[in-house]
Write a protein that binds this ligand. Structure first.
Ligand code: S5P
Length: 459
């Protein structure tokens, strides 16, 4: 199994914890919201979760496993399947007819039952559940919990003599997300404040709309991208990672009406010929009104980048509306791109990428100060004046086995305030590329619209 931290990050991607502003049942405002139910929808994660939970426990102690309904039921079932400890099911309410049983399954009085819970907060609902299980003459000595919200529940149960085993707690989880750049130091401090029982102030955090961004846009390419997005009701950039001119042109023709830009890796086209590849591509782009984004990821000194940009067979300067570039060569290395827009690579989507929080901070300083830069590629939020381009978006997969890590449009618009999604294999590998482009366009647009609304309220 992978490390506990890696495992948590996989779980996190399913949307189990959201950060923002949520009103709890009690009326208290919380800076985070936890819902572990999505874990049951990923069989591999559920199986791994069961094993992580079992690993923490003295298994010889238990005759039975019981999940607290409903969220922990699939978890308890998976633990039972992995450990061969029999499962019993506790009803939420006793049946009003027939046996009126509260607990279903085969058990004998006096047996020791392990309780499984998804999230522990104050611990009050667990105390009630334990009482109901004990009423059936079963013993409860241990409770295993996936996530401890650290709001007194563990202490309450321990004071009553129960052992509580927790896989993750919220402080540890925040530490992991702070390390990966998902949470800022400020957000973590606010969460800690909340956990200490303080009433916390929320700053209104609403993402700017495309109209607002358009008003503030300085660069002509930023304006064009935002205008195209509003006109086509699309925030989709299709990545055309195909290797022949014919495939490239056919793809551009199919997806053209639904995208705002086509992203190329022009150096992977095996039969590249300026006249046969670029001239028709430009015509298709003009016809369907999309921009051309060459994902060259320049990464050299200014003089070399200038040659790579203007010369060779590709002559990128003659046709691309905007290009991607690393900023590792420093501020002046970007000066040569003065007739196009530059999208700075701030953070990469692949596993183990070296674009750490401190790298990103330095990269942003260059990106924010250079007039050629219109935005950045990142898996984290960017300052509002930059356009955020997010690759690593796929509705069907969570990775590609080669290090790529995927998120859904919903996640990137809501949590990162992404402006444009970049989708490659989700579209060009699909049997019907046009239908897939329409799906991503619709999902992306709806996710953008939803991200303009205030955060959901937890009931
Ligand atoms: O961090 C990054 C930056 C980029 S530009 N991660 C990425 O995946 N990309 C590019 O986006 C990558 O080179 C590829 O062309 C596209 C993602 O393709 P997919 O097939 O994984 O959707």
């Amino acid at each position: 199994m992978e490390s506990k931290k890696e495992f948590f990050l996989e779980c996190y991607k399913l949307g189990i914890i959201k950060f923002g502003r949520f009103t709890l049942k009690s009326g208290i405002e919380s800076p985070f919201y936890v819902d572990l139910r999505p874990l049951a929808s990923d069989p591999k994660i559920l199986k791994n979760l069961a094993n992580y939970l079992l690993e923490m426990l003295p298994l010889d102690n238990f005759d039975l496993i019981c999940g607290v309904p409903y969220a922990a039921l699939p978890m308890a079932t998976a633990m039972s399947l992995e450990s061969y400890i029999p499962l019993i099911i506790k009803r939420k309410e006793a049946k009003s007819y027939g046996t009126k049983k509260l607990i279903e399954g085969i058990y004998q009085k006096g047996q020791n039952c392990l309780l499984v819970e998804d999230v522990i907060t104050s611990g009050k609902s667990l105390v009630e559940t334990i009482a109901e299980v004990e009423q059936e003459d079963l013993k409860v000595s241990d409770i295993v919990v996936v996530l401890d919200r650290e709001q007194g529940g563990k202490q309450l149960l321990e004071s009553k003599g129960y052992r509580v085993h927790t896989l993750f707690n919220i402080s540890e989880v925040c530490g992991i997300l702070q390390e990966t750049g998902e949470l800022s130091d400020e957000e973590v401090a606010r969460i800690q404040d909340f956990l200490q029982g303080n009433h916390i102030q929320f700053a209104e955090e609403i993402r700017p709309s495309y109209e607002q961004k358009l008003q503030n846009a300085q660069h002509s390419v930023s304006k064009k991208l935002l205008e195209t997005a509003l006109m086509k009701k699309s925030n989709l950039i299709a990545s055309a990672d195909v290797t022949t001119t014919q495939e490239l042109l056919a793809f551009a023709e199919k997806v053209g009406p639904h995208i705002i830009a086509l992203k190329t890796h022009i150096d992977i086209i095996s039969d590249f010929d300026y006249e046969k590849t670029i001239t028709p591509l430009k015509e298709i782009a003009a016809k369907h009104q999309f921009l051309l984004m060459e994902d060259r990821k320049f990464a050299d000194i200014g003089n070399t980048q200038e040659l790579q940009f203007t010369s060779g067979v590709f002559r990128i300067t003659d046709w691309a509306d905007f290009v991607t570039s690393q900023v590792i060569g420093g501020f002046e290395s970007l000066d040569c791109f003065n007739n196009v827009g530059v999208v700075a690579i701030v953070g990469m989507s692949s596993k183990g990428a070296l674009t750490t929080a401190s790298y990103r901070e330095e990269a942003l300083k260059v990106a924010q100060s250079h007039p050629n830069v219109i935005g950045g590629v990142s898996q984290n939020k960017l300052p509002e004046e930059l356009l955020l381009f997010t690759p690593g978006v796929n509705l069907a997969d969570s990775g590609d086995g080669k290090g790529q890590q995927y998120n859904t449009p919903e996640h990137v618009f809501k949590t990162l305030h992404t402006d444009f999604i970049i989708v490659g294999r989700g579209i060009y590998k699909s049997e019907d590329a046009e239908a897939a482009a329409i799906t991503y366009k619709t999902e992306g647009w709806n996710a953008y619209i939803n991200s303009l609304e205030k955060k959901a309220i937890q009931s």
